[in-house]
Write a protein that binds this ligand. Structure first.
Ligand code: FNR
Length: 191
């Protein structure tokens, strides 16, 4: 079974990025055979603390590291907070980037998307996030930017997206991620 873990960069109820994550999970369930998707919650992590890290002091961190290490793909959907990904996401990436030399992100395939109620879909938050991911050795999926714009109009009462173009773009990103894993030969997919 190929495993995808999903992460939203927003912690608020009714988040459009969490709706993207819910939509990605549904797309995987409905359209991808032999693939499962689960959601990780960066808000469960404490603020990064190097002393706590050295003492292996957080079960939530260890659990998230294990889950990312076991996954073939991580997909992140980020809002733009003043042109960048929110601190909760950077915090999660900092935890996942350690222990030094043993990061579960090193060589991990990661896809980035974004959403906002505005016309640009928070696409301006993606480059900074990609830069951090590159810094920690992740294999960032090459794909034209996928950004869900005008999310307020598109979101359904179920807190997901049904728009055909939106679904096609998200599915395309997922397929590119799985192709990246295959090409990199980093999972059972390559066998
Ligand atoms: C925002 N928002 C925002 N939107 C945008 O398109 N560009 C931006 O630079 C910002 N900056 C920003 C900063 C802060 C601190 C907040 C709280 C909000 C608006 C943002 O796109 C909107 O609140 C989204 O709904 C946030 O994403 P979620 O929570 O819906 O996933």
């Amino acid at each position: 079974m190929t495993e995808i873990v999903l992460m939203s960069g927003s912690v608020r109820d009714g988040s459009y990025n969490s709706a993207v994550v819910a939509t990605l999970r549904r797309i995987v369930d409905e359209r991808f055979e032999g693939v499962c998707a689960t959601v990780l919650h960066p808000v469960e992590l404490p603020f990064y603390d190097q002393d706590m890290d050295a003492a292996d002091g957080s079960e939530a961190v260890l659990r998230m590291r294990r889950r990312v290490a076991a996954a073939d793909v991580l997909v992140i959907s980020t809002p733009s907070y003043n042109g960048a990904a929110p601190g909760v996401l950077k915090n999660a990436l900092d935890w996942l980037s350690r222990p030094y030399g043993e990061s579960c992100l090193d060589g991990r395939t990661v896809a980035v998307t974004s959403a906002s109620p505005g016309p640009r879909g928070a696409v301006d938050a993606q480059p900074g996030l990609v830069e951090v991911l590159g810094h920690v050795g992740a294999l960032v999926v090459e794909h034209p930017p996928v950004a869900v714009s005008d999310a307020e109009e598109l979101i359904t009462d179920q807190g997901e997206f049904e728009d055909v173009e939106c679904l096609a773009a998200l599915e395309s990103l997922l397929r590119a991620a799985l192709a990246t894993v295959r090409e990199a030969g980093t999972s059972a997919l390559a066998a």
